[in-house]
Design a protein around this ligand. Sequence first.
Ligand code: CMC
Length: 451
Amino acid sequence: MTKDVKPAAAAKGAGKPAPATPAGAKRTVTVIDNATGRKWDYPVISGSVGPDVIDIRSFYSDSGMFTYDPGFTSTASCDSTITYIDGDAGILMYRGYPIEELVERCDFLEVCYLLLKGELPTADQKAKFVFDITHHSMVHEQLSAFYRGFRRDAHPMAVMCGVVGGLSAFYHDSTDITDPRQREIASYRLVAKMPTIAAWAYKYSIGQPFIYPVNSMGFAENFLHMMFATPCEPYKVSPVLSKAMDRILTLHADHEQNASTSTVRLSGSSDANPFACIAAGIASLWGPAHGGANEAVLKMLGEIGDHKNIPDFIKRVKDKKARLMGFGHRVYKNYDPRAKVMQRTCHEVLDELGLHDEPLLKLATELEKIALNDPYFVDRKLYPNVDFYSGIIFRAMGIPVAMFTPLFAVARTVGWVSQWNEMISDPGKRIGRPRQLYTGATTRHIPKKKG
Ligand code: CMC
């Protein structure tokens, strides 16, 4: 963990330095039932950085009560060494390395290695890893027939849920989750095949032949090639665009216990196979409150249409009749650090493509300026998130809107498999089984039928 990261100065009360605990004493928190006067003490556990947690695992057996936290706003569901976010300071780190350094100094496959293994690779380790990932990028040929079962107008995320779930029917030799080597192979397969699967979902939707991966190409370059090449003529991927894509992949690679990652962990907690778990993650990512937001941003900008309509749109947002998509985040209550890098990348891509006067970017910039100065957004700490700019970049690159969220899935797969592996390797792993506050009918009886 980098030394210069300070614990979060988080919302209401969090981040205030805790009163010093006397040397040798363990810090505890006491829960008091004011009705009965009963008291229970719970230990406080500290991580390497970030808010402490209260270990309430025995709370139900002690008290007969559950804790209630829909939306998990105050609940740490696991411990993890992979990704750290300080939402108030706008910090994101993978394995201790700040995201800004990773996008500048590493390529996506180095970041994948870091997330999966905990350390950046040496030159030899990188060469082997690149070889392994590259040589897993082809999918079983029979899978190409699977695509033909979908309607041509199927959303590519629907195709991805199906095809990725279907991988477990093809790769039986990497579904034994108790074998670390099989887990490694499954992880490599998922990371390596996801660009092929996503690009083929696109090719299928436009009726073009599938383009196979090319082993001499880099990860991002290969993906763009499979998306845009045809067998009819050579296709050269722009190095600026493939570098931008590589950076975008790094920015989306992991984000601690978000909805899709928690879905992957919860699915995996029952010992389900990794392909099924990642398919579950893809399903969760699809929602517009999560990965589907990049698609929703473009839709929103299209609906606003012209800068003269911005004030009306902002009014509708404030009246809760619309949401400003690409703004706000459960954890970031400051500028999303990924959005900062995205904004820069966006300008580079538009320069390369000569699209600086792109009306959508102008509209987005104006919308951002207005929102950042409006008390509604300022008071609620609603800043642009990663999806605000990614949609514009993808569109400029010629990626169709329906492919935005599949691209997010391509990038996030390494985070999902890293988190899944971390959970499976934990000797203390238990099935995830939340409880509930039941508010339905109490016991009632079905009247006996007459006759
Ligand atoms: N536009 C307008 N108002 C908003 C927005 C928004 N985008 N986001 C939150 N608010 C308001 C909300 O109405 C509420 O106001 P009030 O206090 O008056 O009731 C307040 O801010 C708190 O909102 P919340 O819904 O309780 O916040 P949350 O933490 O549950 O939701 C969120 C987080 C990301 C789902 C939400 O901000 C949102 O829907 N944003 C738009 C969708 C989006 O861009 N999602 C991508 C997230 S980043 C990529 C990823 O990691 O998946």
